[in-house]
Design a protein. Structure first.
Length: 218
């Protein structure tokens, strides 16, 4: 399998098993990055309070409150120890790689369902933005339909990409990624009965007259 295409490419199709494999790769890579961060913490002797990788970090880029808080910390010189800077570096690079791999696998899986990658907007972008800003939304009954719609998008997105089978034929995004089953010719355990070999003709020599009889050796 072409792992570069599988993890980073956006063209083609993958089946359900490959989608679950991509999630497993992301989880294993997160554990590896976390181990590196703990190792750096031991080398610098500076305790790291928490290690987390979250998709919400991506949506924080469009959150003015998060950007203001980040710039304020940088201006005041807070949390600028070597261990913390390395932690920020690994978290930033790791989160970008994780999201890239997730989007690449998800879009290829949508292609397998004969859907365009734009379906990631209701399946991923809208729920992510809602999770980022939900604590600042007004406390109103009008928000309940929005929350219900976002919940439906997340559930249906999971079912669509992780549970449902892709198209069995070649669609607009490529051929079926599942191997084709080779049809084998039907064979019978016993050979077909040859009626001509089961009978033999007995010539006339005496009575009774000439007749046919079953050849027991056939």
């Amino acid at each position: 399998m072409d792992w570069v295409w599988f993890l980073f490419g956006f063209d083609g199709r993958i089946n359900r098993a490959k989608m679950w494999l991509a999630i497993l790769v992301i989880v294993c890579w997160m554990l590896f990055i976390a181990l590196l961060i703990v190792t750096v913490e031991q080398l610098f002797g500076s305790p790291v309070k928490s290690i987390h990788f979250s998709i919400n970090d991506i949506f924080g880029i469009v959150d003015p409150a998060v950007l203001r808080a980040t710039f304020a910390h940088l201006r005041e010189g807070k949390e600028t120890s070597p261990a913390h800077l390395i932690l920020m570096f690994f978290e930033s690079i790791g989160t970008l790689v994780f999201v890239w791999v997730y989007l690449a696998a998800s879009i290829k899986r949508l292609h397998d369902r004969d859907k365009a990658g734009w379906w990631m907007v209701p399946y991923f972008v809208i729920p992510g933005l809602y999770a980022q800003f939900q604590d600042r939304l007004p406390d109103s009954y009008l928000i309940f339909p929005l929350a219900l719609a976002v919940c439906f998008m997340m559930i249906w997105g999971f079912i669509d990409m992780y549970c449902l089978r892709g198209t069995r034929w070649t669609n607009q995004f490529g051929p079926n990624p599942l191997p084709k089953v080779q049809s084998r010719p039907r064979t019978t355990s016993a050979s077909r009965w040859d009626q001509t070999s089961a009978y033999e003709f007995v010539p006339h020599s005496a009575s009774p007259p000439a007749a046919t009889r079953v050849n027991r050796g056939a």
